[in-house]
Design a binder for this molecule. Structure first.
Ligand code: SF4
Ligand code: SF4
Length: 416
């Protein structure tokens, strides 16, 4: 049977069958009846509930077993950025490094190849190290080359770019229109917060407006830190009034242990995030403005690994298992590095290492066995596991459980 989370919050028990997509709030007495259902074969109502909990046709289990199952290529074109954000996860790798075209094309030829995969739909995401738009001509060449490969091999490719929002120009607009590229802008929304953490507030607002004037409606992603964790409602209202044609924002908690003095600091941050995220989401709902978050979105599917499987190309031609690990200067690089594009264009994969990396999954950690978030969090983000020592990570888990329960309660409310 799918994991049944029975947890007492606010005097309630919850029964959750993720593969059946069923979530129930029940009494203590109901829990006992469910646990002893075989003693009540004539209780039609009870047997119907058992049937609904064990009907697993609702959700499929997403998993990646080998390189040939991977469909998403993350590309870090460079290590150059015109920002220096206080929470930047790539700061240690910052340099003037830009990928060379031959390495880039070799990696694309390897990834967009029928010999590698039978999957039809691939996704290419251009994000940090640096900002992809600092290397616009390479970005354009990468997309155009990918299109040629996709036509030759019969793939359909979706493109995304994550950018700081200050480097747009007419040629970029042409490119994203032509290839229907999804644009995500990182933005802290409130002027003084954005200034103190990222800088160039006005330039980012101008960049977002420039896209909108050209009929392009970017996604907005905001990293939440102690500075703005209690201001998500305000941020939501600010977005609605400042950019009324945009449809939503994603709020993601920062992952940077050095920003927290001690465990209670982290705990306070996570508690505050959950409280204010919920208020911001409700506020957004009232204004038809979507407020999202990765943990909340994860409850939509069941999967075996937090990020399934990553194929991330770094500017120096290496392959890593995390889209945030893009330089050998970064912490934990060796634990994520599993491949290299050689000078002759061959791509070499360390299959043993990739296998070990993929073993960081939902089956590995005993603490995940009885966790209500098990099939959505799926063993947790490997980078978070390495970044936080065990005691911190336990609080991280509590936070994920809390957000998961919030999401499930919300889905139930929406269904009613
Ligand atoms: S390891 Fe964590 S941060 Fe890296 S891609 Fe996976 S989920 Fe994202
Ligand atoms: S929240 Fe923690 S215990 Fe639960 S599945 Fe994720 S990593 Fe495992």
């Amino acid at each position: 049977m799918a994991e049944t989370g029975s947890k007492d919050i606010a005097e309630q028990y919850m029964v959750y069958a993720p593969f059946a997509g069923v979530f129930l709030q029940v009494s203590e007495q109901d829990v006992s009846r469910l646990e002893n259902a075989e003693k009540y074969p004539d209780d039609g109502e009870l047997q119907q509930v058992i049937e609904s909990l064990t009907d697993w046709s609702e959700k499929k289990l997403f998993k990646i077993e080998t390189l040939s199952d991977m469909t998403e290529l993350s590309i870090n074109l460079n290590q150059i950025c015109n920002f220096s954000c206080s929470y930047c996860y790539s700061a240690k790798g910052r340099s003037n490094k830009v990928i060379d075209q031959k390495t880039l094309f070799s990696a694309l030829s390897f990834f967009i190849d029928r010999k590698r995969t039978e999957e039809n739909n691939l996704q290419l995401t251009f994000s940090g190290g640096g900002d992809p738009l600092m290397s616009f001509s390479l970005l354009k060449e990468a997309i155009e080359y990918s299109e040629r490969l996709s036509r030759a091999h019969g793939f359909s490719i979706g493109y995304s770019i994550v950018t700081n929002g200050t480097l747009f120009h007419p040629d970029f607009i042409d490119l994203i229109r032509r290839y229907d590229v999804n644009v995500v802008v990182s933005f802290d929304v409130l002027e003084e917060v954005h200034h103190s953490q990222r800088g160039k507030y006005k330039e980012v607002c101008d960049g977002i407006n420039y896209l909108i004037e050209n009929g392009i409606y970017p996604g907005i992603r905001s990293t939440i830190t102690a500075l703005n964790v209690h201001r998500m409602e305000e941020m939501t209202l600010e977005m609605i009034s400042k950019f009324p044609s945009l449809s939503g924002i994603a709020y993601e908690p920062v992952l940077k242990p050095s920003l927290f003095q001690d465990i209670s600091d982290l705990e306070k941050f996570y508690d505050s995030f959950a409280t204010h995220y919920l208020k911001a989401a409700n506020l957004g709902f009232q204004h038809n403005f979507s407020v999202g978050n990765t943990i909340i979105n994860s409850t939509e599917i069941c999967k075996e690994r937090a990020c399934l499987g990553k194929f991330t190309l770094t500017p120096d031609g290496n392959i890593t298992a995390c889209s945030r690990i893009c330089s050998s200067e970064e912490d934990f690089y060796e634990r994520f590095h599993y491949g290299t594009v050689l000078e002759n264009g061959d791509v070499v994969i360390d299959a043993g290492k990739l296998e070990r990396i993929m073993q960081n999954n939902v089956y590995t950690y005993t603490e995940c066995n009885a966790c209500i978030a098990k099939w959505h969090c799926s063993g947790g983000c490997m980078l978070a596991r390495f970044s936080y020592h065990q005691e911190y990570f336990n609080y991280h888990c509590n936070f994920i459980r809390k957000m998961t329960i919030m999401s499930l309660l919300n889905q139930k409310i929406e269904k009613i």
